[in-house]
Design a protein around this ligand. Structure first.
Ligand SMILES: Cc1cc2nc3c(=O)[nH]c(=O)nc-3n(C[C@H](O)[C@H](O)[C@H](O)COP(=O)(O)OP(=O)(O)OC[C@H]3O[C@@H](n4cnc5c(N)ncnc54)[C@H](O)[C@@H]3O)c2cc1C
Length: 313
């Protein structure tokens, strides 16, 4: 599918734009699943001011979608109409510590955030070391781990969160407190149009070597229990209250189930895999089949944790 080229009109309405604008830009290479169609228009802002300038002048009827590392996302095969905004580490990737606070740009990888905290002797952010997303995605998803088996290396974004900055759809810049973020399990209830640009987290002073030892534990757990090198979107479904999604999926006989080029992981059956040639439609259909089988077997309806954007081919 090829979309109409919006870039000339956008450039004309926002003179002085410094970021990169591309028409029909492939998104699959940016995603963990490596599937999906193009963005009608992909905008990579130079910095927060450039993003604000862009949004201020963008016609209100044009839909805007933001992606981070796309580690929790299926881009559908027909691509994403309107503008897709991807913050680049160049303008949004820094992480720095002052006292017990760490300020990180929204494109900073979670792993780098954990490293910056460790280098500053700040504990409590070790769990970020195992999450392959960015700070922006962590804010939207309240990313984290919580199984209560090893509280020392577990946590959620909300536990360490102090404040965030974001650009609203009209280009205004807002600051958000913990109350504004309305964090819940794997979501933030902050207005859906907000594009986070930066966040501040608080750590707890500790010995760097002890922090790094816990980060190594995080890494070891991942290597043992998860598909760390596969084309996947991580946990596909949220854990329903009182249940664990993987147990329900396993009990419904879905471990290893296939649809086209997509498969339910044998190792961690809440993960879906692109075996190499899957389309986004294969992966989404497999997810829906899993939901149907789980509903039939246990009566529980699984809710997608993975975000699906764009249109089918
Ligand atoms: C192997 C693997 C393991 C994983 N393990 C975990 C885990 O242990 N815990 C966990 O919570 N998650 C896990 N995930 C899922 C994923 O890494 C997290 O949800 C992560 O926070 C997503 O960040 P991202 O930058 O990739 O966001 P994306 O996938 O790009 O986007 C996710 C959502 O965030 C929004 N978003 C992204 N950036 C911004 C921004 N700047 N402003 C506003 N909204 C934004 C998007 O619009 C979308 O709605 C795993 C994924 C994989 C592939």
């Amino acid at each position: 599918m090829t979309f109409a080229d919006l870039t000339a009109d956008i450039r004309a309405s926002a003179p002085g734009l410094r970021g990169r604008l591309e028409a029909n830009a492939p998104l699959a290479p940016f995603t963990w699943f490596r599937v999906g169609g193009p963005a009608q228009c992909l905008f990579t802002p130079a910095d927060e001011a450039d993003l604000a300038h862009f949004l201020t002048h963008l016609a209100p009827e044009i839909p805007v979608t933001v992606i981070g590392a796309a580690s929790n996302m299926i881009v559908r095969d027909g691509g994403a109409p309107g503008v897709v905004i991807r913050l680049s580490p160049k303008g949004f990737g820094e992480a720095s510590a002052t006292g017990d606070l760490i300020v990180a740009g929204a494109a900073c990888p979670d792993k780098m955030l954990a490293n910056a905290a460790a280098a500053a002797g700040l504990a409590g952010l070790e769990f970020f070391y195992g999450i392959p997303g960015t700070v922006g995605g962590a804010l939207r998803m309240n990313a984290g781990t919580r199984s209560n088996t090893n509280p020392e290396i577990e946590g959620e974004t909300r536990d360490r969160f102090v404040s965030a900055r974001a650009a609203a759809r009209d280009g205004s810049i807002v600051t958000l407190s913990p109350q504004d973020m309305k964090f819940e399990y794997r979501r933030s209830g902050a207005p859906g149009d907000l594009i986070f640009t930066q966040a501040t987290f608080r750590g707890v002073p500790d010995d760097e070597a002890a922090i790094r030892a816990r980060m190594a534990q995080v890494q070891a757990h991942r290597e043992r229990d998860q598909e760390t090198r596969a084309k996947t979107g991580g946990s596909t479904f949220k854990n329903p209250p009182g249940h664990s999604a993987w147990r329900l999926i396993d009990a419904a006989g879905c471990r290893g189930l296939r649809h086209g080029g997509a498969q339910v992981s044998e190792k961690h059956c809440n993960f879906l895999l692109n075996l190499g040639e899957a389309t986004a439609a294969d992966i989404e259909a497999l997810g829906e089949e899993v939901r149907d089988r789980v509903r039939a077997q246990s009566g529980v309806t699984l809710e997608w944790e993975i975000k699906r954007i764009g249109v089918a081919r």
